[in-house]
Design a protein around this ligand. Structure first.
Ligand SMILES: Cc1cc2nc3c(=O)[nH]c(=O)nc-3n(C[C@H](O)[C@H](O)[C@H](O)COP(=O)(O)O)c2cc1C
Length: 178
């Protein structure tokens, strides 16, 4: 199982969580870490290169900080440009079929706030539905997400533990049954 992690964080140098996760991922030689802002500082995506990267891996994880209940805009651009008709969907679009895709996110909101009765009213499963639906649309399997909530509560122990938990999650998680 070859795993690709696509990291989209506009300020990874000043990040706590996503930066720690990237550092942990890089200790694992069997995981490919692809940082979109580093690869494309001008946000000009090389679509053929991205498609080759996806084709070369079985499991693809989108790692990002939650921005306005969504992906950072650059990751949305990646979806819009890379997941093309004739490649990911449509009669000849079979390159993503059978692969596994998932998300790993950090949120400022607490776990309690991401419940029906909480401040944010919706669960993270619900907020991530556009990714889940897109993954199904490209004939791939959706993986349960990994998340850390309450990002301002960033003790060294909590950050370190989450990085270890994250790698364990993405190396052991099984697709959600349709
Ligand atoms: C533009 C912007 C929008 C944000 N929107 C949300 C949001 O909708 N929900 C939330 O819980 N946190 C939101 N946040 C907080 C970030 O998700 C949080 O700072 C980040 O996950 C922390 O991770 P890091 O240490 O890797 O930067 C937002 C932050 C920014 C800069």
């Amino acid at each position: 199982m070859k795993t690709l992690v696509i990291v989209t964080h506009p300020n990874i140098e000043t990040s706590t969580w996503n930066k720690a996760w990237v550092e942990e991922l890089k200790k694992h030689g069997d995981i490919t870490v692809h940082e979109l802002y580093k690869a494309y500082p001008d946000q000009n995506i090389d679509v053929a290169k991205e498609q080759q990267l996806v084709e070369a891996h079985d499991r693809i994880i989108f790692q990002f900080p939650l921005f306005w209940y969504n992906t950072p805009a650059f990751l949305k651009k990646w979806f819009d440009e890379v997941l093309q008709y004739g490649w990911a969907f449509g009669p000849e679009g079979t390159k993503t079929a059978g692969k596994q895709f998932g998300a790993a996110i950090s949120t400022y909101g607490t776990a309690e706030s991401y419940t029906a009765a909480g401040f944010n009213r919706f669960t993270l499963e619900e907020i991530l539905r556009p990714i889940e639906a897109s993954v199904k649309y490209i004939s791939a399997s959706y993986l349960p997400h990994f998340s850390v909530s309450d990002s301002s509560n960033a003790s060294e122990d909590r950050v370190k533990q989450s990085a270890v938990d994250y790698v364990r999650h993405i190396t052991t998680v099984k697709p959600v049954q349709a």
